[in-house]
Design a protein. Sequence first.
Length: 341
Amino acid sequence: MYTLLGFYILYKQFIMKRISVNFIGFWSNFDYKTFLPYLLLKKHYDVVISKNPDFLFCSIFDGFEYCKYDGIRIFCTSECIFPDMNIFDYAISILDMSVGGRVLNFPYFMYIDAITNLDKRPIMNKNDLLNKTRFCNFIYSHPAPERDKLFHEISKYRVVDSAGKHLNNMDGFTPGKRDEITGIRNNSKIDFQGQYKFTIACENYVYENYVTEKIIHAYLARTIPIYYGDPNVTKIFNPKSFINVSDYKSTDGLIERIKEIDSNPNLFLEMINEPVFKCQGYVETRIKKLDDFLVNIVESGKLFRKPNNYNVRKLNEQLIEISNNNSDKFYKIYKLIRNKI
């Protein structure tokens, strides 16, 4: 008699198509077993890990190791980096590229598993508001001009608690390190932010479609994000649910808006209870697109890269990190790469 486990093993071996994968260049505490693309592939295929994989998921943290593999290369990054599509066959990127369907725009924050609960949050009431005993938090490890300016300007109204390594004003206290499993969960940070009414949620770089975990952590903590970053952020998030710094011509106008919400409990509750996403079903739709993208890669089995046409190392070094200071250089490099595709 077969057990349920036995039937499952037989099903995997003889009914589900077997594919081999591997992961290279991801962050130090990366665990592929919790990685969304892996979890989605397991729904459709018998997925095994191999040293000579059919499909190699590549990221940015160990140079050019992926060049040693012959399988289909799928570039994945949550950083503000354009993939060189002469080197990779496909890419899952936070940036929007049109390269014959080979690149899927997939925001970094979508890898946070708790995101599926954002539209199911209970309504906050006046009793819940009593737990918001602190004003505003700021948690960062390194400087960024616009972000630091916001911290100092808002602090003129009320003290902003800085609990990161940068500008720390809490006697060195920090709310804890990232979760050791995924690298993108940060429960201790979110629990800490839950004491506050507002969170300064600003990106490291200002670029279209570059939205990271910062605004999501603020939402998960049930605080109002004070956001600065992606100019298209309101295409994703409900503009009534956060304060968009870019909407204000002056810092004075921004501060007045913060004061208004801070001093009016009804206005705060109205804003905190707004739906997070602009479109209903946003998360499910995005995950479905990623699922379809991965299945198409497996079923087509096509390689597109052209690694023999040029010096791989030289062009790979031209994966440009986007910032306000190098945008001109970026566009020159991007044009060069696109001309080679």
